[in-house]
Structure formats: C-alpha cells, structure tokens
Design a protein around this ligand. Sequence first.
Ligand SMILES: O=P(O)(O)OC[C@H]1O[C@](O)(CO)[C@@H](O)[C@@H]1O
Length: 533
Amino acid sequence: MSTLFPSPTTLPVWQQLATLAAAPQPHLRDRLAEPGREQQMQASAAGTGIRIDFSRQALDGTVWDALMDLARQAGVERQRDAMFRGDVINTSEQRAVLHVALRGTPGASGSDAPWGADIQQQVQTELDRVCAFADRVRAGTVKGSTGLAITDVVNIGIGGSDLGPRMAADALAPLCSDGKSGVRVHFVSNPDAWALHSTLRGLDPLTTLIIVASKTFTTQETMTNAASARRWLLDAGIEGAAQSPHLVAITAAPQKSGAAGYPAEHTFTFWDWVGGRYSLWSALGLPLAIAIGSKAFREFLAGGQAMDAHFRSAPLDKNLPVILAMSGVWNRNFLLCPTQLLSTYPSRLVRFAPFVQQMDMESNGKRIRKDGQPCNTDTGPIIWGGLGIDGQHAYFQLLHQGTHRVPVEFVGVLNEDTPLPLAAEHHRVVNLNLRAQAQALAVGRDEASTLQALMAEGMSAEQAEVFVSQRSFKGDVPSSTIWLDALTPHSLGALIALYEHKVFTQAAIWGINAYDQWGVELGKTMAKQMEKQ
Ligand SMILES: O=P(O)(O)OC[C@H]1O[C@](O)(CO)[C@@H](O)[C@@H]1O
C-alpha cells in the first residue's frame, strides 16, 4: 500500500516546493503588477457556470508547475479513477465511495457510469421514488391521519443528515417559491429541547410530516428528537397506526427504521457507499426536493454531474477542484497557514461555510495515513467562515491587521435576478465589496502610502508619523475568488461537487482516507458508558 500512496514528503518535488517556499517571496502587490497575471490565472469548467480567479494566490509559475507535478506524482488521477470505478477506497471501512453515482446521467452506461449498471439502476429507482413523493407533498396530495394535506415538513437529522439539505434549501427555496404559499420545510438538528420546541410550537400536528434522516438510524441526538416529535403527535391524539402518514424515514438501515415503526412506503434508502457528509445527492435530499420541486432537484444533480465530468477530464492545471486543492496545499504545507476562510457573498449561501466545514474537516482531519503510518506533514486546515459582508464587520479586522495569515476563498455571483425594485443596486454593493476585500487583503497599504493618505485627511506630518504604522496594512493575504454566473440549482450542485473533489484531491496528496470518521466515535462511546454508569 505504501507504494500506491507514497508519503508526499518522500517525493523530490516536495523538497523542491519547500525550497521555493523558503526563498524570499515577492509581495502580492508586486505579483499583481505582472502583466497578464490576472488573465492567465483564471480557469472555468464548461457547463457548470463556475470560474475561479486564483491570481491572488501567493505563488508563481515555478511553484504552480511543481504543485502540478506533486499532484501527478501523488497519483491524484489514478486515485480519482479508482473512486469513479467504485474501488474500495474507504479502506478502513472496506467500502466504495460513490456519491458521484448519485448524480449520474439517467440511463448512462459505459464510461459515463463507470460504477456499473447495478448501482446505476438502484440509484435511478430510489431517485424516482424521492422525486415522486416530493412532488406529491408539494401538490398537497400527501395527507395526514385525518385527510388534511401536509403543510409543514420537519427534517430531523444531524451532521451530514442536516447540513447539506438545510444549506441547499436556504440557497434555493427562495428561488423556487414565492415565499407565501407552498409547503414549509423546517430543520431540527440539536437535541436541546428548545430547538425542537421552537419549531413544533408553530405547527399543526395534523398537517405536519416528520422526516427522520439518519444513515445509521442510531444517532442519539436524532433519535432523541424523533422520539420527542412522535410524543408530540401522540399528545395531539395521533397514535399507533395513525402516526404512519406523518412519518418518513431516510436511512441506509431500513431494517432499523422499520423496527421502530416507520412505514415501508415512507422509507427512502441509500447505501453504505454514500458517506453522511456526501449524502445530499441521495434520498437524504428529500427535504430539499420538497422545498424546490423534483425538476429543480434533478437540475441540482445535473450540476454536480457537470463538475464530475470536468474533474475527470480537464488537465490538472485547468481543473477547478485541483486548482483549489493545490493552492490549499501550498498555503497549508509550505506557507504554513493553519486555517482557511470561506467567505460567501450571496446571502442565500449563508450555510455554505458550515456545510463545507463538516465536509472538509470530518474528511481530512486525520493524522494517520491509509497505510497506517503517521502523516509527517500537516493535513486538513481549520475551515471557518460565513457570509462575507457580515464577516467584514466582524472578523475581517484580524485578517487585515492581526498576526495570522488567513487564506481566503471568496464566493460571488455575477448575475442576480431578484424581484426587488433596487435589486441591481444591492447586487452592485455586494460584489463591489467582494472585489475590494480581495484586493485590499492582497495589496495592503504600505507606510509611505498611508502617510500620504493621512495627510490628505488633514493630519499634520507630525501627527501622521504617530499613527502611520497603526493605519498601515501589511497585505499579502492570499485568496481565490469563485465566481458563479448565477446561483441556480445547477450551479449550486456544481459548487458543492467542486468542494467535494477539492477535499478528495487534498486527501489523495496526503495519502489519507477522507471517507471514515473514527475521530467522532470516542465521544459517542464515552457518552454511552457514562449513561450506563
Ligand atoms: O446520519 P447519521 O447516521 O445519523 O449520522 C449523522 C452524522 O454523524 C456522524 O457520523 C458523526 O458526526 C457524521 O458523519 C454524520 O453525518
């Protein structure tokens, strides 16, 4: 196994990169002054509506070529093909990793469905069930125990069984509804009683559908909330078999949900080869499909599929997931930046950073390699972030003048079509801020320019001397900007797949298994032991 997954630090190119990083580095201000840099350091993926501008990364052509060599020598392409083929790449759990199959083109075969016809068929059958059910809920033909149409759906789940559908529903539901009519979709993840209570207290049990989303159907937090929601139904006089119309299970363990009384016709399944944090594309996407409708849900899947096609075929140096991953490796392993900020400017992407945080940190927060040897280099960074404009008025001060160097991934949307009279002005302000922050973080403001600026404000030369260092900006903060043509179901699907493949590529470089999560087990085990005591 060690020859298949060589420790990256044993590769000569790793040493070359270390030497390049140790050499004096030009300031980003000077790099950006190089003619043609901004045009050259852009890449897009056909059919996804996504372009990345990585001209503000603190690297040059020599570093870039070495990073591409590293990706080649670490076997990124070989490992990618193994994933799409359905090889058992999650070795510690002996599972394939095939969330990519969930967004395969319907009816595809051969190299368009390298995971094989059986999986393609299973996926298609379950997707059709999910879509049909979602549309029936939206049409008001799914009825509660007294024959009243369902008006509210409560998704109970946590981690991967919550973050993805919740994030995507926030991003897309406003686009797919008028905000006044239609079924409302709610999400509860936290077992603190207030989380469930504050959702349920506004709802009518007779018109509420409870979805319990859990891959394992054993997660304590979810089971606690599910039991409490069923008690709420009971207290409203909905008991025994009458609860069935109000209950839905989404799980990879249907025997467990069946034993707990969830009706088979309301049980939607997925498979052990779908990791929880990669499961939004599966039946776990049902609450999203209810929120946006099956047509938009299928467009969302197609967006993910378009990014898969790009990831499988684009040359490494034009490959968007590889570009994000390798600039991240440069920042993490060679410029020694421990964190990565994800800063989204469209407000509908309010939950994108927490979603990516789980995807990345639960995947690449590992210190042991696939071959059982310790990683002798840093692995996944701390991912943090949120809405960019709000961040500007909260933590951006630290980015500009604190002692940390925090690489940033900005996400922006080029075209917004919001039915508000002054929408164009809102949009202009948002993107102006994104561009200004990326530029300010990169170029900063040196003391000479600051002195001039202070004197232009009316300060005397003596006063300006006192304040000049506090009012200067070091700059040289690396960033990339991911531009979406528009925020649609299709482009969101592509954006999520972009991040999935970024995480995959970094794991391939570090030689770690991105698809297990043994780290979260110890706390769970201890909670069980303490419960017994
Ligand atoms: O879907 P389940 O089995 O309830 O698990 C929920 C979450 O718990 C974890 O296993 C650990 O936090 C995640 O990977 C998963 O998304």
